[in-house]
Design a protein around this ligand. Sequence first.
Ligand SMILES: Nc1ncnc2c1ncn2[C@@H]1O[C@H](COP(=O)(O)OP(=O)(O)O)[C@@H](O)[C@H]1O
Ligand SMILES: [Mg+2]
Length: 276
Amino acid sequence: MIDQDPPIFITLGNRKGGVGKTTSVINLASYLAILGKKILIIDTDPQANCSSILLEDYDDQNTRSLIDALEAPEGEALLSEIACNTHHPRIKIVPNTTRCMLWERKIAQEAEAVIGIRRLINQDPDINKYDFVFFDTPPNLGVMMNNALMASDYVIIPIPPTDQFSLDGLAAYLELIGSIRQHNPNLKLLAVLVTKYDPDWGKSRQNLNQIKKYFSQKGISIFNTLIHTCPEIDMAHVERKTIFESAPRSCGADEYSTLGKELLEIFNVIYDKKFI
Ligand SMILES: Nc1ncnc2c1ncn2[C@@H]1O[C@H](COP(=O)(O)OP(=O)(O)O)[C@@H](O)[C@H]1O
Ligand SMILES: [Mg+2]
């Protein structure tokens, strides 16, 4: 048996919806897969947008979901076996389903509610065959967000400078990360990702400067790569495709590939330049 390094576990999180969490998981994961990396996505959002875009067989989420794994008796469900095919051979996804909301309500009061995913990962040696595990997360600070952070090494916070509410909610999200760190000391805030940036929108530059100042005062990095507003990204979602499948020459494809390379450079992960 070949010893393999464990994957790098990354949550894309923000307590606010519509900030580009799902879009960034899909397209970042997809670009890393294009570069030859093996990716597992765990969809912790009951809205399951990531699952519905990536699943090769949409019906899979009714029979092989994250909730099936979490509800199975201990040791009887492996995430690596539940993981479903996507259109890309190097990306698998553990899908979510609306049943998640019932599960969350049922489990919320139990002390172990927030360590379910971490336990599933710990009992599954085949998780080590992946290079990266990405968690897409719901727009709240509930049980699933806690589970994702408890199982992660890093958090990326997508923030569109146009969205005042997502800026307002940041302090609470940073507080949650701080409190999870007491139980999961591996967790680090990797960087903020500026999404849906539109320099022509009235207060964009002002808000971007405000974000830069806020995070630099806290010693938190911002990715050099900005993701601009790109109509082709919306269209890719309508087609249930990644930006690389739908519009490979768009600025969205260009920026998510630059972001992918920036991420690999941060982790010092080697990739084969022949793919670029
Ligand atoms: N860079 C972008 N340019 C244009 N539209 C975007 C971009 N990123 C995300 N969107 C759109 O914004 C909406 C919310 O994005 P999504 O990734 O679903 O956010 P979240 O997962 O945080 O709720 C979607 O309709 C998506 O198509
Ligand atoms: Mg989403």
